[in-house]
Design a protein around this ligand. Structure first.
Ligand code: ADP
Length: 247
């Protein structure tokens, strides 16, 4: 059994699509305050693992324990409420709204006695929005319509929209795809800033970026862990070299 202080314990996780095991008896553990990067060739099962954790895909077998909660039994919404945030590759921001408004509508709602449409526009909310905007390098863009942001700024805004909900586990699917070198550097800086008090799982192909951010790397291959550890370790693992360079 896993040590009790892992934030996330994935054990024996399996999902079959028409008999094909995209994730096959997978186990891995993510610590608190850890940035874990999942790498692996196309079709290795990386996206499916994130889909399973966020409840978009249901496991055929195995368990996903987050804090002391079994996620495999929960709906996608309940998993969000439990403190898991997921960013997909394509940004889902509201282009017609300003940066401020995008952050504002992302505040957790439904717990308010005023119902789902009651925005809590008060000083504490504005303060939190400004704090997040500063973190995601958009403090000077709060009044700007999201449509006018650069590709990189849109990605940061979406991360900000997730941070507003204060997730304990944040999952990012190729966050720096399409970004400039400068934007990649700032994204690495952003991840190091937000890691305090939470854990992050990132799927990434850009090895320079992986080196900049990863505390640990999990290499997936055919739905299983091929190698795991520091970037230095997995990079020099002959099994990894073989999978990446072919036979
Ligand atoms: P990666 O993200 O590492 O590229 P994926 O998790 O997207 O890999 O896919 C792993 C394997 O599972 C692939 O062979 C893919 O075709 C298959 N797969 C993923 N989702 C489905 C699905 N909903 N139905 C059938 N096959 C799927």
């Amino acid at each position: 059994a896993a040590a009790p202080d892992f934030l996330l314990s994935v054990e024996g996780l399996t999902v079959s699509f028409d008999g094909f095991k995209a994730v096959n008896d997978l186990s891995f553990y993510v610590d608190k305050n850890e940035i874990r990067v999942i790498i692996g060739p196309n079709g290795a099962g990386k996206t499916t693992v994130l889909d399973l954790i966020c409840g978009r895909t249901k496991a055929t077998a195995g368990s996903i324990r987050f804090r002391d909660i079994e996620l495999t039994r929960l709906s996608e919404n309940r998993i969000v409420e439990a403190g898991v945030g997921r960013k997909f590759q394509t940004p889902s921001i509201y282009e017609d709204l300003t940066v401020f408004e995008n952050l504002e509508i992302s505040f957790p709602r439904g717990r308010s006695v005023f119902g789902a449409l009651a925005f809590r526009r008060d000083a504490a909310v504005s303060e939190r929005i400004e704090e997040i905007a500063e973190m995601i390098f958009l403090k000077d863009h709060l009044a700007e319509r999201a449509a006018f942001l650069s590709h990189g700024q849109k990605q940061w805004l979406e991360i900000g929209m997730l941070l507003i909900q204060d997730p304990e586990l944040l999952m990012l699917d190729e966050p720096v795809a399409g970004m400039s070198v400068a934007e990649r550097r700032k994204t690495a800086e952003l991840l190091h800033k937000i890691i305090v008090g939470r854990s992050v799982i990132v799927i990434e192909h850009d090895m320079k970026f992986v080196e900049d951010i990863a505390h640990r790397v999990t290499v997936l291959h055919q739905g299983k862990v091929l190698s795991e550890g520091s970037m230095e370790r997995v990079k020099n693992d002959p099994k990894v070299v073989e999978v990446y360079l072919g036979h």
